[in-house]
Design a protein around this ligand. Structure first.
Ligand SMILES: [Zn+2]
Length: 106
């Protein structure tokens, strides 16, 4: 059995906390009750592609192989990670769907 050193566990924990804090800042901007100013719009336009890039990257890591298993977690494809992302992105109550529907309107 492989054990992870306490220093590595602390490093992973700090990395995860940093990522969570970053996502919470993005969520805070999105949920801001005041009208967005020019700077908020600029930040959102930079942030949305970054978040899409993160989702895309996770999907690519969990891509199914020709054997039908996820290349990352080795579970049958689509693995729980892909299923979870699919559920969140394609949920009609979520903004992803509304945003894409609005973009299709003439
Ligand atoms: Zn997977």
């Amino acid at each position: 059995m492989t054990t992870i050193s306490a220093a590595k566990i602390d490093a992973y924990r700090l990395l995860q906390m940093d990522l969570v804090r970053h996502l919470e800042e993005a969520e805070f901007l999105a949920l801001k009750t005041e009208a967005w100013g020019h700077d908020d719009v600029v930040i959102a336009r930079e942030l949305i592609p970054d978040l899409v890039k993160v989702i895309h990257s996770v999907l690519m890591q969990h891509e199914g192989t020709w054997r039908g298993n996820c290349r990352f977690c080795l579970k049958p494809a689509p693995c729980p990670t892909v299923q979870s992302i699919h559920h969140i992105v394609k949920d009609p109550q979520r903004q992803f769907v509304k945003l894409l529907d609005a973009a299709d309107e003439p």
